[in-house]
Ligand binder design. Sequence first.
Ligand code: NDP
Length: 287
Amino acid sequence: MTASIIDGKALAGQIREEIARDTAEFTAATGATPCLAAVLVGDDPGSQVYVRNKQKACGRAGIDSQLYTPPANTATEELLALIDRLNRDPKVHGILVQLPLPDQIDERRVLEAVDPVKDVDAFHPENVGRIVQGRPRFLPCTPHGILQLLHRNDVATAGANVVVVGRSDIVGKPMAILLMQRGAQGDATVTVCHSRTRNLAEVTRGADILIVAIGRAKFITAEMVKPGAVVIDVGMNRTPEGLAGDVDFEHVKEVAGRITPVPGGVGPMTITMLLRNTLTAARLQTA
Ligand code: NDP
């Protein structure tokens, strides 16, 4: 049996149309245009591509965007001064600090400096705390995109055994927290694995839904997947053959029931949820 493909690109397109409609309504009602300010420190080519894609997506949804590009040798204090300016600018509704930051910058201080109502990545401790308590202001973009991929493709999480491989603050940890929350979008029985997990394959084979975010090309093999499972591949790894996920797609698709491709799976959904959060931020600040 070959798995059916969960098409993130198509779903992202559909949700972006919804966001564009909602944005147009918001702008007509308030006279304000939602605006995302992106801060890209240094000249990492990968980060430049991500930020450019985010800006293009904003434009298509009727969301304004600004780009700030401090040089790679920027000091923490200088970056904090920029964040402070953006926090106080009433035209800016969302602030995105593209990670990773250069080594000399205190990443934690910078992320904590973003005004929580403009924190469209949901990295600020106040927003993380709200998510844990089940009263989110913003949902983190990649885990939210995955929830949308699951639920809009009629994959029920309630009661399902979900295994999340990876425990980063950006993907694995918030993903697990959202899935364990009470309610139809959650209610899963969640297991989180990481580099110290024993007998990883045994754990992943128990998953009805397997979500992988580790950053190792084709790491999850067919033997690690339960027949018929739903497999969500977050990984984006540059290899000599091109972009590869964390899942060995060619072999796993022969075992899984449904699977996301890379590219065209989780990636487009992440950017889409950033647009959603920027509109939410504009609403919060205009209310
Ligand atoms: P991190 O590097 O921050 O975290 C990786 C996690 O994987 C860690 O928890 C680590 O465990 C775990 N891990 C590493 N090796 C193994 C292993 N052999 N077995 C089990 N667990 C392991 O990664 P991110 O979460 O930031 O990103 C993961 C991947 O997702 C990357 O490829 C990244 O590019 C991609 N990504 C894609 C996005 C998208 O929109 N599609 C968005 C964000 C990320 P430990 O904690 O023990 O070290």
